[in-house]
Design a protein around this ligand. Sequence first.
Ligand code: PMP
Length: 438
Amino acid sequence: PPRSPRSEQLYREAIEVMPGGSSRATIFYAPYPLYAASAQGCRVTDVDGVERIDFVNNMSSLIHGHNHPVVNAAVKAQLDRLTAVAMPTESEIALAQELCQRLASVDRVVFTNSGTEAVMMAIRAARAYSGRSAVAKAEGAYHGAYDFAEVSVNSSPETWGRAEAPSAVSATEGIPGYVNEDVIVIPYNDLEATEALIEANRDRLACIVIDPVVSRAGLIRGRPEYLARLRELCDAYGIVLIFDEVLSFRLGYNGAQGQSGIRPDLTALGKIIGGGFPVGAVAGSAKVMSVFDVRMPHVKIHHGGTYNANPITMTAGLKTLELLPPAAYARLDALGCRTKTVLTEALAEAKLHGFVRADGSLLSIFFGGQDSDRFRELPRSDRQTAMQRYLHSALLDEGIISTPFSAFILSTAMTEADIDSLGEAAARCFGALKRQFG
Ligand code: PMP
């Protein structure tokens, strides 16, 4: 029987009005995705009335789960007051102040509407500031859909090129070939090779865009000496160091940069800072951020945007961050540890060869291979992809929502009992995986 008759029917309608029925490739899965009807806390109900525990949390943006009463009350009050206006509002100052207070590297903030835009504007700021155009980014890292950022993400190993100097490969069609002439792909956590590439391109590099914790490449954390050396190289050659903390900001009260102790010049933010509403931000030192200063006779970057600093988003974002004192991160980390334990035990019980990578409230399961903090050394095979898809599907039938690539993202709405439910569901699914894939 179909998993969700109503979703199947809706999907048939969707394909008549959207290509492949989808407006968001990252949440599609075959034969049709489940359509959501409502949610509360860590639970989502689909259009057939089936409730599941949500381990995706809108790709991490809902750090408090769905419909947190305090966030919703503030948003409802703001809805009745003012939804959008071509004037600044107090709410943007309050959220910017909160970000400046949390991030030692940040004196100034401008808002955007997505993480993609945040990375794009950060790169533009670095170019305007440095007068150069080339961008260095890590192999395997996802930074959103900007042409100069969507390079060497999820590319197939045949196109990777040499480990010491990875090829720049656009992740999608529709990007002009000349773009990649201005992108230097660096091997994350390989200090020697990265240093050689930065040295060789030092006069043309505007910026290095890097996540302190790379999600798409398998939750790899930058080695302390690696991030420290990037900081030194940027200082030595006048290159702007951009941290992409769109995702990793959720890992600590001061973001992942606070944990690393390295201060970037610019930080791209998104996801949780909008409290579940569309958001992005470029934040950084007063010096570099001055490229956006509207008081200048010659403004270097004219940063417009009908929805920038929208008061609904600003209100939700501020409330969300206010609900995140340091203790909330400690609790999320503890839930993350418990999740890693139950999943690892379930793998062992099923005698399934695999491992769990975890960083705070973010987790990811790999099948086969060995753990590593190098992108190319992590397991990557058609078999693993098939197993991850199978797991995603089997978990849906067990009442668990994860991603089709075996990522699990926690929220403060979860309890230890929810984590244990995942462990029990995973144990049954791993048993089935073992029988299916051996
Ligand atoms: N950078 C990182 C690290 C991300 O995880 C994402 C989104 N998954 C983006 C940028 C792009 O953000 P958005 O989807 O809001 O455009």
